[in-house]
Design a protein around this ligand. Structure first.
Ligand code: SAM
Length: 232
């Protein structure tokens, strides 16, 4: 709802692609969900059908430089320790970068086809709908969304009070599932702050609550950071 975005100098930026038309069907769903719209059974069926059909050829999108923005997050952003979950992990292209930096407690995706193409053993692949995650309240310290829909209420629910959201669009404004850092901060309930930048052709932001409150019980808050997420 409210917050501020600090823009850091871009790194190794290459040519910016033209922004995608705002009426692109995937862009419309992205905006609808960021505005708090319901991810209906129809939305779910359409998404599964699109990504199941793209799954086999998805690896061809992994061109050099595609993951520069995600790499830049790990190089320059400060992330809290603890449980990291990736949402919309797909075939695990981004997951391969994340696990080089820290363990992934769950790599979630809705599309069985995309998950079938993911390298076995790279991460705990989890077929689930990110609009109703099978995780307890405040149980995740870092949520990574790489070209993935934002479900603001659900992200707010599962994220620990001092947690961080990593939002990456690998083609910047030309990414079909794109939101600016300002859009992400505005979409989330309550007050948030973000650091944002660009690297390669991509954009990223790391978003945290502006006034961090600790909603966990004192015993949970003092406990050693968990290494896995708990089901609700
Ligand atoms: C554009 S792809 C990105 C995949 C991967 N992050 C990448 O960049 O290569 C979006 C992914 O989000 C998944 N997805 C869409 N809606 C979802 C939902 N409600 N819950 C979980 N995953 C979802 C799709 O199945 C797809 O794999």
């Amino acid at each position: 709802m409210a917050g501020r975005v600090r823009h850091l100098e871009p790194v190794q930026e290459i040519e910016r692609l033209d922004p995608l038309a705002p009426d692109h069907p995937i862009r419309l769903v992205t905006k609808e969900m960021a505005d708090g719209g319901e991810f209906s059974p129809e939305h779910s069926a359409i998404m599964q059908s699109i990504f199941d059909s793209l799954a086999e050829s998805w690896h061809t999108r992994n061109v050099p430089g595609r993951l520069a923005a995600l790499e830049d997050v790990f190089a320059r952003a400060e992330l809290p320790a603890g449980v990291l979950v990736e949402l919309g992990a797909g075939t695990g292209i981004g997951t391969g970068v994340i696990v080089r930096h820290r363990p992934v407690a769950a790599a979630v995706d809705l599309s069985a086809g995309m998950l079938a193409e993911a390298p076995p053993g790279l991460a705990p692949w989890t077929r689930a709908d990110a609009s109703c995650l099978p995780f307890a309240d405040s149980s995740v310290d870092v949520l990574v969304l790489l070209n993935m829909l934002l479900f603001p209420g659900e992200v707010d629910r599962v994220l620990a009070s001092d947690g961080a959201i990593v939002w990456v669009n690998t083609l910047g404004e030309a990414t079909p599932i794109h939101l600016s850092a300002e859009d992400v901060v505005h979409a989330l309930p309550g007050a948030w702050r973000a650091d944002a930048s660009r690297a390669g052709g991509g954009t990223w932001c790391v978003v945290r609550r502006a006034a961090q409150r600790d909603s966990r019980s004192p015993s949970q808050a003092e406990a050693t950071p968990p290494t896995s997420v708990s089901a609700r």
